[in-house]
Design a protein around this ligand. Structure first.
Ligand code: ADP
Length: 488
């Protein structure tokens, strides 16, 4: 099969969240099955052309919107260590900026035009390369205009080169929909025929996420529980009805993780390597992490880690409510995250109030993310909703016991540790259901109690470290779905 994987962020070239990790790993897993897999993504300022050896392969792909012609370029490099081509759409007025989607907390006002240009240039690029994929796999609203244009662009819909292509659309987070004023429609090259209730109209605006859902052949999302949740008003973010209409074409496939990158036995970014049989390296990592965060270097104190975009989704309001009780206990807490200013302020205050207990890092730092996974004893994810979540999967591998709310991918991947589940090898973390401060505190207390009882704790760690969330089985599910889409 020929598969084009399209994503607005791809590790190691550019990243703001989990989507980039997925886009940096799934294509490699699919390639192992023998498919011709290629990737398309924008060329951002943060993409290091020299380091990755980006070369220009197409000097002029023209994109017309309204009466303006934009001249884009296509650069290319292989994924490091592979022969998988990655195509970068270069258009500096749109992508040569500090941020990917936002700057100083606000969305770029021309995001619709930016990503429409990316989508159209990607489609024109295929013809210029004379490579027409069987499948285009799109991800989130930034790429949703690909199925919209394939079905409705006057130059594409009747063109044989394009109209045999099937589109799979993956929802990584339904909360980010790409909603814009309806006047934007003409600026992104679409006609008014898509502005209907069955199309991409949404309360008099246009909604790119909705376009992805209604115009693609199949839809997936990143865990089985989230696939069910998003069909309910509580989690559907206003699109639950649209998703219920397409329920026969909606599947949940759990993300995998890349154990070449997130694996304490081979991780070059942490001060001590370790594995279930040889855990001494984890003690070293904890000490180094405490030192880096100016916290007392005590081996016995339970260290709770958290790495997260600072958004409402992630449960920070619960943490604010339990902070006095949490920090009255003998614990340490290390946070890494960026996002909404009010959460920056909240955590900076916590850092000042509890300097002996809290290490607060309001920044984006990949090395520190690895160090926290390796050095912490527990990992906190009290999310209001969580489509898949990757950090709890990394935590399992690093023997850092997750404390999670039972939602989305967290519900699918973490089994509450009880005497029975610990003994039968399935108990891997501490799970709470109600989105309340009491329930969160209850789960933390249970984790701390267990931590004091060294033996069951070691068993919970070992249970987690031996789970297998590698990409192989998830990639197989995508392969089966692609084959079904092609009538196989
Ligand atoms: P989401 O995609 O909703 O942000 P995920 O758990 O799926 O959440 O993935 C988040 C990814 O981003 C993980 O790889 C995590 O380590 C990383 N990450 C989040 N915030 C930071 C940060 N401040 N510094 C470094 N890595 C971060």
């Amino acid at each position: 099969m020929k598969i084009l994987y399209v994503s607005s962020e791809v590790v190691p070239f550019a990243k703001t969240g989990g989507l980039a990790d997925v886009a940096g790993a799934l294509p490699l897993a699919l390639k192992k099955f023998g498919h011709d897999v290629r990737v398309a993504t924008p060329k951002y300022l943060m993409t290091d052309d020299e380091k990755f050896g980006l070369k220009s392969i197409l000097n002029e792909i023209k994109v017309h919107f309204q009466f303006v012609t934009h001249y884009t370029k296509i650069l290319s490099a292989n994924f490091p260590g592979t022969d998988i081509p990655v195509y970068f759409v270069q258009y500096n007025p749109y992508f040569g900026r500090e941020g990917l989607y936002t700057e100083t907390g606000s969305d770029y006002p021309d995001n619709a035009q930016r990503f429409a240009l990316f989508c159209i240039a990607t489609l024109w690029m295929l013809r210029a390369l004379e490579w027409n994929p069987d499948i285009i796999h799109c991800n989130d609203w930034q790429t949703a205009l690909i199925p919209a244009h394939l079905k409705h662009h006057p130059d594409l819909r009747f063109d044989e080169f394009y109209n045999r292509i099937k589109v799979l659309y993956t929802i990584h987070n339904l909360a980010y929909q790409g909603r814009f004023d309806h006047d934007t429609l003409e600026k992104i090259g679409l006609g008014w025929e898509v502005f209907t209730i069955d199309g991409m109209e949404y309360y008099s605006d246009i909604n790119l996420m909705k376009a992805g859902i209604v115009f693609s052949d199949e839809i997936t999302t990143v865990s089985e529980t989230y696939a069910k949740e998003i069909q309910t008003p509580e989690f559907g973010c206003g699109l639950d009805g649209v998703l219920r209409c397409r329920a026969d074409h909606l599947t949940g496939i759990m993300n995998g993780i890349d154990y070449n990158v997130w694996n304490p036995a081979v991780d070059e970014l942490i001060p001590g390597k370790f594995s279930p049989q040889r855990m001494a390296g984890k003690t070293k990592c904890k000490k180094a992490l405490q030192e880096k965060n100016h916290l007392p270097q005590r081996a016995d104190v339970p260290l709770i880690g958290m790495i997260s975009r600072m958004a409402d989704q992630k449960g920070f309001d619960l943490i604010a409510q339990i902070a006095p009780q949490l920090f009255s206990m003998d614990i340490q807490f290390i946070l890494l995250g960026t996002g909404e200013t009010r959460y920056h302020e909240m955590f900076e205050k916590i850092g000042k109030d509890y300097p002996e207990k809290a290490g607060i890092n309001v920044t984006f730092d990949n090395r520190l993310a690895h160090e926290i996974e390796a050095g912490a004893d527990m990992f906190l994810m009290p999310s209001r909703f969580e489509p898949c979540g990757l950090n709890q999967l990394y935590s399992l591998k690093y023997g850092t016991v997750p404390i999670v709310r039972k939602t989305g991918g967290l519900a699918d991947s973490i089994i509450d540790a009880t005497p029975e589940t610990i003994a039968n090898g399935t108990g891997t973390g501490f799970v709470f259901e109600e989105y309340t401060p009491e329930a969160l505190l209850g789960a933390i207390r249970r984790a701390l109690e267990s931590y004091q009882k060294n033996i069951p704790w070691k068993k919970i760690q070992a249970n987690g470290m031996t789970q297998d969330y590698s990409w192989g089985s998830s990639a197989k599910k995508y392969e089966t779905l692609y084959q079904k889409m092609l009538g196989g």
